[in-house]
Design a protein around this ligand. Sequence first.
Ligand code: ASP
Length: 468
Amino acid sequence: MLRTNTCGELRAKDAGKKITLCGWVDAHRIQGKLSFIMLRDRYGITQIFVNPKITKEIGEIRRESVIQVKGEVKKRPDNQIKKELATGEIEVSADEVNILSKAAPLPLELDESVSSTEEIRLKYRYLDLRRPRMIKNLTLRHKAIQFIRDYLDKKDFLDVTTPILTKSTPEGARDYLVPSRIHKGKFYALPQSPQQYKQLLMVAGIDKYYQIAPCFRDEDSRADRCPGEFYQLDLEMSFVEQEDILKITEDLFIKMVEKVFPDKKISQIPFPRISHKEAMEKYKSDKPDIRKNKDDKNELAFCWILDFPLFNKQTEEDFFHGAGQEWGPSHHMFTAPKEEHLHLLDKEPGEVRSYQHDLVLNGFEVGGGSIRIHDPDVQAKIFDLIGFDEKQKKEFAHLLEAFTYGVPPHGGIAPGIDRLIMVILGEDHIREVIAFPKDKSAKDPVMNAPSEVTKGQLDELGLKIDKK
Ligand code: ASP
């Protein structure tokens, strides 16, 4: 290793140790003949004392250059302890300073108090991510995911990876399509969610499945939605009722908040359960913000919304891609209707309530799921009701066939990781919890994607671009 310690690690008890640190120069202050370097890495900042001889040798080091410092840990006198720094009890007296990489002047200011435009922040995301706040967000996101994995592992869930190059499963958005070279004129679709695969895993007998799954949806940008892709905790279980899914999700998030976000306070446990009808009447929203005090940054008000209608009337703004003209599924087309409403499917589809459950946090929908249809006849009927033609129905023949070979009753949920972390952290925009987000126009500003490809690549795929 080029270092013995990190820049956030050394304390008074380390005084006298010979150490080597590596990091970025946060500041280099020259005071007469000697100088001080504030050396930073993702763990913290350490002050380096540079004696006159070395100061003369190295000159002034440009901020954000990468250096290696060898030296001795010195305890500061009690009256000089820097309380604002975790390493403030000590400084390192440098015997050697090696410049590993010089930095050019930065296109953006890393100091949180100076705001940079969103465009610059996203284009130079690898610099923006050097900010302590961004490192903190990425770290907490990691810890939350790690907690989820450990929790589900202890409960016998299997993490199963499902294909990215696949076929469309409509979740209400447009698909991202990938042309096939071998099968010219045919396309893969990137999954809007692994919905069908997780249901097939239930048929396979994997009775508890989860995955931190990437989902791809071609939809417009919003503060709580990045265009392109997002990650969800995709979860499915066999032999369960809705109650079981609500219970395990609730327990998981209560424990995750306790462990990973100890400053936050969940306002009501168990999470209140509100019927869709009541939510619409009382709050005029199916994602009500039921916080007691909206100014309290640490309040987390979870609630469940239940008893959704199975279908919504298709509207221009909220068109469910993949369905017909009149009715679109409120959740998706695999959601089970309540048994007592089955007889209404033909006569009054708008009256049928379903086993959909949405998890809402501080006014944001942070997850949705349902008990699924496992009767192929009922599934076929739903396809008819949402106006699928024969060709569309054939696209789902594999699922209907799978259900003829012994399918356990099953259900699940899929909380969105990015959005959940955004709301818990109280960030205004989902981009703040994603390392390399797309911008408003669905571009990746770091890599400059999407980009043009060569004529040769298009020819190989049998594609022609109409630039009109
Ligand atoms: N596939 C659903 C979604 O992405 C979640 C689920 O029903 O489990 O919203």
